[in-house]
Structures are given as structure tokens and as C-alpha cells.
Design a protein around this ligand. Sequence first.
Ligand code: FAD
Length: 410
Amino acid sequence: MGADKARADAEGCDVAIIGGGPAGLMAAEAACAAGARVAVFERMASPGRKFLLAGKGGLNLTHAEALDRFHARFDQTRLRALVDDFPPQAIRDWAAALGIPTVTGSSMRVFPQDYKSAPLLRRWLARLKRQGVALYVRHRWCGGLNPAQIEFATPAGQRIVHARAMVLALGGASWPRLGSDGAWVTAALAEGVPVAPLLASNCGVEVPWSEFLRTRHAGAPLKSIVAWVEGGTPRKGEGVVTEHGLEGGLVYALGAELRAGLARCSPTVLYVDLAPDFAQERLAEALARPRGKRSLASHLKRQAGLAGLKVALLHECLPREALSDPARLAAGIKALPVTVTGTRPVAEAISTAGGIRLEGLDEGLMLKTHPGVFCAGEMLDWDAPTGGYLLSACLATGRWAGRHAASWRT
Ligand SMILES: Cc1cc2nc3c(=O)[nH]c(=O)nc-3n(C[C@H](O)[C@H](O)[C@H](O)COP(=O)(O)OP(=O)(O)OC[C@H]3O[C@@H](n4cnc5c(N)ncnc54)[C@H](O)[C@@H]3O)c2cc1C
């Protein structure tokens, strides 16, 4: 990137940011605004690849619900204070200042007006460049936690960078081909940094569907359902049947409970109410009406409004005898037991739970064990559902870590 008044060079800078995702870029912006000479080091040929992928789904930047509800989406209380430092409205203002106005969808999710991430990333990188932030791509951090001696592998060989502080923003382990592969965990553990195992979050689950269901219904949406895990809170939403099992917003929202259920006992059961608007007694009464020569499918359509995939699921998940017993059939419609045998691999997940344990970080998100080393983004141990919460927390923790790294003195 071009030279500027505050431009750092790779060999010497105040703050070295490692990882050019949204958390790292925001850390760079905050550190630079605090007066530091900042350099960003990214292992891939260009920064923000996962951010660009998120744009394919419209780039859900944040969420416009009331702040108490927003806070409740994060599993770690400490995250709630951090996101308050850069709350949803501040994120919208920040995007607007980059010339990217935002819109609120019907579900209160907030998106760039054009539903794309490339224009936002392009403008952001250009502004960082103007502000003097240096960007070095194809620089893979090799794992040391000493800011005064940071080693990178580059196409031109090894490179050592001397900084006052460093911010690690290396992401989780999902979609490794975009750059964040979770390889940092080995380096962190070797240095005594407390790390919770990386787990797939906001991902599909595996269900051993029959050949029939897989070939006929994979890809079909499962609309207007309620689902829950034994002892958990029922949630309304939608899912999608896949070749491997189930995915979609509702499944992602139940992810932590499903993971806990699978850890207790695998397989575990996901209960699905296929007809949330019907009371079970009313369904049982309706299904007990004589069906004459009509098939079960047309009886279910007429009496319970069920068709297609929902009927196929009844055949798939209930014992044959239950299909001819109105009371058992009604009970099955209201709590269909779907056998979940696991989560899909972390490489396919939208995000990663686990990471550097928050108790290993001080107020400024600096490693208690390694002075001058700050951490941000998805590599921290927190979890949240889809809905803009992931990027919100990555931006907020990046900003926080960048600011504190800039003011850190040995
Ligand atoms: C398909 C998909 C859609 C998504 N959609 C949304 C959405 O709409 N809204 C939302 O809130 N979230 C969404 N997310 C999640 C969101 O993109 C991530 O939570 C976010 O990108 C994490 O930011 P980060 O900066 O912490 O990590 P990353 O974006 O993963 O960035 C980490 C960077 O570090 C680099 N790196 C890793 N190791 C090294 C190393 N050794 N040396 C140098 N550099 C290294 C990586 O190459 C990468 O560029 C989506 C994710 C996926 C997969």
C-alpha cells in the first residue's frame, strides 16, 4: 500500500495486526486513530475473504432489536460490555461514513443497502490506506507471542517484524480455504494460553435420513415449525432438509443446546412441532374423523393442513403403528423425534465456538500471560447465533483490542 504520514513499515511499527478479517481491520482502524503506526499482516493474497463470502448471503452487519435483547444473544456476559462499546447504531454510522448506507429488514436484521460486502470492504481498505495503515499480504504468522520479534513466512522467505504491541485476529476454523484454519490453537497452547476447543457453530446437524427422504426432499425448506432439545426452550423458525441432515436459522439457533445434548448422549433427539398452530387434542380429534377411502396423505392434508415434506417426515420418524393411531399421530406431529447423530464439520460452519478463554485476557483484551499481545474477533471464546451478532462482536472486539494495543506501553 502507498506511503503516508503515519505509515508503518513491515520491519518496524507500533502495532502489528495479524489477520485481515473484520476484527483485524477494525483493530487497525482503532489503533491508527489512537495515533499508532499500524501494519496489518494477512496470510492470504487479499484480506477479508470470509467477509466477502458473508456478502453472498447479503452481509447481515448487525441487528436493530432492543439492546437488552441484542445483549442476550451472546453467551458470554463479558461480550455484552464489549459490544456496547461499538453498538449496532455505531456500526451503522460507521458504514454510512464509508458511504455505505444500511437498511433494516423485516426481521430487524441490518444490511448494507446493496446487500454486498465488496463495496464496503473496498472503501474500508482505501480509507485505511489513506490513514497510513500498511497492509502486507501473503505474510503467515509463524506462531511466536513476542511483539518485539514477530516471525512471518512470506513468498520471499522469513521476515521478522518488531512492534510494541500485536493484535491477533486470526478467526476461527470454519471455511479454512478462506484463510482462518484454527492452526493458531497449537501455537497458543504451546505458549500456555488457555484455549477452549474450537467447535462448529451455526452449522447443520447430521440426521441419518433414509435414501427415500434424501433423494426426494434434500434441499426442501421446512417452514413454520417449532423445535427444541429435551429440557430446552422451544423456538419457532425454519429449517432446510439436506442430504446430511438439517440446517437453517432454527437449527443454528438451537446449536449450543444440540452440542450440549450430543456431548451428554449421542445420538440426541431434536423434537419438531410440525403444526404449531394446532393444539394436540384438536389434531387428535380431527385425525380421528373417518377417512373413508382417502389416503393418509390426503387425510393429513384435509384435517391438519400437512403435506409434502412434513408428511414424509412423519413416515420417516414415527413407527408405522403410530400412523394409524390418531392420538399417537397427533402426538408425533406435535413432537416429532428427529435423531441427530452429530454436527456437520467445523469447516462447513458459519462460525466457530470456543477459542481463547476470556479469563485469559485482561480488561483490554491483552493476554495475561503475554504482555503486549491482544486478541480479537472470532478467535475468542464466545458464541452467538446468526443475525449480524457475529460481525458486530468481531468489529467491537477488534476496535477495543486495537485501541488498547495502541496505548499499551511496556
Ligand atoms: C458463509 C458465511 C456467511 C456469513 N455471514 C455472516 C453474516 O451475514 N453476518 C455475520 O455477522 N457474520 C457472518 N459470518 C461470520 C463472519 O464472517 C465471521 O464471524 C467473521 O468474518 C470473523 O471475523 P474475524 O476477523 O474474527 O476472522 P476472519 O474473518 O476469519 O479473519 C481472520 C483472518 O486472519 C487470517 N489469518 C489466519 N491465520 C493467519 C496467520 N497465521 N497469519 C496471517 N493471517 C492469518 C485469515 O486469512 C483471515 O483473513 C458468515 C460466515 C460464513 C462462513
